[in-house]
Design a protein. Structure first.
Length: 406
């Protein structure tokens, strides 16, 4: 990773240094987080990189080359893969999903039933389009939302289980038996849409998703440690993962030495399945900031990045106006959604410093990134605690980083 002095890059060194003190005093010393890693870069050059805390319950320190389960930070990578195929003329954003997934030709919208009774469905107002998968307006959902009879059917079928009996083809076949929550394009709901997009990439390209990632994205960008599973020779770099339980605190969820991520999953989850490092994701963010190219490797065109990081919610709405469930909270005011990224529409409404046009996302294990094309900076934060809503650390880090800009 190429580095530059903070002052030379327009940062106040002391203000950057206090971020590490904040993490230590607020989260690491009290045991709220086991370990954390933070990278801040400007113009693709690292101005701040810190590693602190432990990787595993036995006290093993977190290494600079630590591997992390990045969960939904997989989504932007899958979205980039799809847009590579768009650029090649093999698929389009306004194309009906059923043209690639014919199993969904008769997919209906929930109109009643469930919970043991047969589903009642009505026809959608229009067919689901590829753009709906990228921006989460498809009508699909997630089983963990615990909100409707539709997400209950996801849980009953255990269709999101990566090491279950379903591959991606079986996954979409199972989804064909469950109605959509709403007609595509009429609302926003965080969902398995990007997992489905991964199957679209497979069918259009004729390559498995892991092979497409490796040959078309990871190899060219030098992301040598990013994959759907951790090979045996790297498992010592994968830390433990914790889950917060009210009244109990952080409980061990997945042991690094015995991790489920140490074996290839049955279903390659383009929405949440990857393991990566701060150094690798730094290269991915650098490619985004640089208009789709890094080190001579052109992944997508500059105008494609601009298209992906514009707000694509109908009518220019933000998440609070369109969301059916997650991300409908007031803190998401002023934030839209593009093609695989959250997008900052109005920093004043977010109640945080930032830039209009900044784009971002995170994962359920509290990992996060953002890219600011105005200030030419990006940030990557890695830790391993679910759910990501346990602490407001993402908002706090964002405030601290922008406060360090001169």
């Amino acid at each position: 990773m190429e580095r530059v002095e903070a002052a030379e890059a327009g940062f106040d060194p002391e203000r950057l240094a206090r971020i590490d003190r904040f993490l230590e005093e607020r989260y690491l010393a009290p045991g709220l987080l086991a370990g954390a890693q933070l990278l801040v870069a400007r113009e693709g050059k690292v101005v701040h990189f810190s590693t602190a805390g432990k990787a595993r319950a036995d006290g093993r320190p977190l290494g600079e080359d630590a591997l992390f389960r990045i969960a939904s930070m997989t989504k932007p990578i899958t979205s980039i893969a799809f847009m590579m195929l768009v650029e090649e003329g093999k698929v389009s954003l306004d194309q009906a999903v059923e043209t690639v997934i014919p199993e969904w030709k008769d997919l209906g919208v929930y109109a009643g039933g469930g919970g043991g009774a047969p589903f009642q469905v009505s026809p959608p107002e229009r067919p689901m389009m590829m753009i709906d998968l990228l921006r989460h307006t498809s009508g699909l959902t997630y089983s963990f939302q615990h909100r409707t009879n539709v997400d209950a059917a996801y849980r009953e079928g255990r269709i999101e289980k990566w090491h279950g009996g379903l591959d991606l083809d079986g996954f979409v076949a199972a989804l064909a038996r469950i109605p959509l929550e709403f007609s595509p394009g009429t609302a926003w709901n965080y969902s398995v849409s990007t997992d489905v997009l991964g199957l679209v990439v497979e069918r259009v390209s004729g390559m498995t998703l892991d092979r497409f990632f490796e040959e078309r994205i990871f190899g060219p960008l030098g992301m040598a440690d990013t994959a759907f599973h951790v090979p045996a020779e790297k498992t010592d770099r994968l830390g433990d993962c914790w889950a917060f339980e009210p009244g109990k605190g952080a409980m061990l969820y997945d042991e690094g030495g015995k991790s489920a991520w140490s074996r290839r999953p049955t279903m390659l989850a383009g929405g949440a399945g990857l393991v990566s490092t701060v150094a690798d994701y730094h290269r991915f963010c650098g490619m985004l900031l640089n208009g789709g190219e890094l080190g001579g490797a052109r992944i997508v065109g500059r105008k494609t990045i601009e298209l992906m990081t514009a707000n694509h919610l109908p009518g220019g709405a933000d998440l609070t106006e369109m969301s059916r469930s997650l991300f409908s909270e007031a803190i998401n005011a002023g934030q839209g959604f593009g093609l695989g990224f959250g997008v900052n529409l109005d920093p004043a409404r977010t109640m945080l410093p930032g830039s209009k046009g900044e784009y971002y996302w995170g994962g359920m294990f509290s990992t996060a990134f953002f890219v600011d094309p105005v200030e030419r900076l990006h940030m990557i934060f890695m830790t391993q605690l679910m759910p990501s809503s346990t602490y407001p650390i993402r908002r706090q880090l964002k405030t601290l980083i922008y406060a360090a800009l001169k």
